[in-house]
Design a protein around this ligand. Sequence first.
Ligand code: MN
Length: 743
Amino acid sequence: MATKTAPIPISEEKLEAERKEILRQYRGLMRVARPHLHGEDAKRIKRAFTMAQQAHDNVRRKSGEPYILHPIAVARIVVEEMGLGTTSIIGALLHDVVEDTDIPLSTIEKEFGPKVSKIIDGLTKVPEAMKRYQSAQAETFRKVVITISEDVRVVLVKIADRLHNMRTLESMPREKQLKTRAETKFIYAPLAHRLGLYSIKSELEDLSLKYAHPVEYKMVQDKLDASKRTRDRFAREFVKPIEAQLKQRGINFEIKKRLKAVSSIWTKMQKQQIPFEEVYDVFAIRIILDTAIGDDEKVACWHVYSVVSDLYTPNPSRLRDWISVPRANGYESLHTTVMSHRGQWVEIQIRTRRMDEIAEKGYAAHWKYKGVNERRDRGIEQWLTRVRESIENNDMSALEFMEDFRANLFSDEVYAFTPRGDIKVLPKGATVLDFAFAVHSQVGLKCTGAKVNHKLVPLTQEVHNGDQIEIVKSSKLIVNHNWLNIARTARARNHIRYHLRKQERQMQDEGKEIIARKLKQLKMPFDDKTITQLMEFFDTKTASELYALVGEGRIPHTEIKKFKDEIHAHEAQPETAKKAKELIKAKHERDTLIVGADPDIDYTLAPCCKPIAGDDIFGYVTTGYGIKIHRINCPNAVQLMASRGEKIINAVWANDKRKRYDIGLKIIGTDRVGIINDLTHTISQQHRVNISGLHIDNNEKGLFEGNVRLSVVDRSQMDHIVEEIQKIEGIVNVFREGEEVQA
Ligand code: MN
């Protein structure tokens, strides 16, 4: 947040005082950094400080203080609260330099090397000119996230920057405060949480609450202050017997009292609709064990648990073992809630010194202890893999990306098991299809269903904690578009999208070949002119769409023959088009075209939505092929109406019961013996209805999917048939071809 004001005249004494303050802050930074520095580090930091100071010289923050104090404060957060080293300190000192001053990135690279310049580049906002999509904020966010997989320090410095801006938000105008706090709550606090920065996450949430709901924030804060003495006394009494027992057993430990963040208390009050006084876990007791290297940390923690639960009765439903299965962000701890002698529930967190350091400092400590707990490392690695997977798909807009990122990576997670007992961690709301992709992409792509705890379920089934899931596979790939509505994880969605695109390209290639072959047969040239005419004839927007429709068989190649006949008819009678236009004009004046009543009107039923008598329809005047009749709810209709409104005319059906219309019904049902018989029987019982095609397949959910072709008189007859089919036992749904909604 680089909001500055133009230099204003300031007295020499004030300037001198400011110079002293800058130096004092810089020395403070060096004091906390020094223990972590080696070799040339201090000199390099000094050079970065000097560069930043010159670059931001004479610039002030909204609060009036010299701008340089901000990067110094960010650098201090980076070392003191995140435990990061020299590269990050330099990155923090220079983080606003490229964006706000004349110094180019190349200078930074020359001075400080590629690592630092990469960090600064990641932290520089997307320039105005590059903001391709609606949201510049989203674009900038995407840029920050993309760097997570390259260098996680970019995000850490960004969070430190945001933390300092939140701490100094007071001097900003109200609307800026609201925008900044919303962004913080929406993105930065969850991101900090994800990276295991617990105390920073809590502070960001507290500050966010403070600026959004100042009154409520103050109310909770006041109540916390007022109850402090009682709480302290209670806690002292409560831990006394625990301390005595642990000492007696020769355990080295430290006990801390942890106060819950204001925002968490407030959230709990809101969620459970309870007053402050009824929030039982306002504080927690944390027992930190000083285990020696090589000690079994898990055994040590459970030992303490057994001591505690001998003294106080634990609530079995509130036991959380994040040591055996650490959270995805690497958090390890044993949590239990016990009943105090005064009848109050108290949460106790048991962990070792190493676990505590990771919980407090997050990512930096993670690397320090890499390799100690394999499961925990895997958790973080899996998360980073998920980050990488979600950013690999770059054809999403920045806003979609942010949505996807949030949905996948910030949500709570659930744990489920493979039949062999391997744990898969998935975001909450994930389905068994996601689980299949988590096992392996080849398992996902062939997944037809799953057995959850030995019971057969559809792919849409949500995964719950502790589920044991066995995926049912088919021998071939069965990906379809509907899967995008079922899959939640970026991993699954990316695989599905990739394969759908691949299929689509195959269909296009096939379609193109079919058209080329057909045109050759018909002795017509395969050239731009013919393709354009075909596109117009079949109402497609692009040539690839035309190819795909032919490839998928949705435009039967016999239609191409019809196309030739039309072309010939028009070429033989050049007057036809003109005549049609005149007739349309005449009809237009009467406002409505009566389909089927006037033999002079040259109309065809659009192949995309295949209207039948009784459907709500409209006419679309094409150049050269008469009028195409579309259904009002045709997927192409909105576009035609929106872009070519002048070519639209009203249309209704003539009352003609002699004509028959071809329709397709898609029928979904359970795979019951005899159901096909019931189905054909029901249809053929109908007056004058013929089945011209029947195709049954098992779909991805283990249900059967039937495609039936029928000829009917009109819409009301179709509706009646659909109704009858729905009455058959085991039928789940009936759709009309080309319609998303139920017929
Ligand atoms: Mn900044």
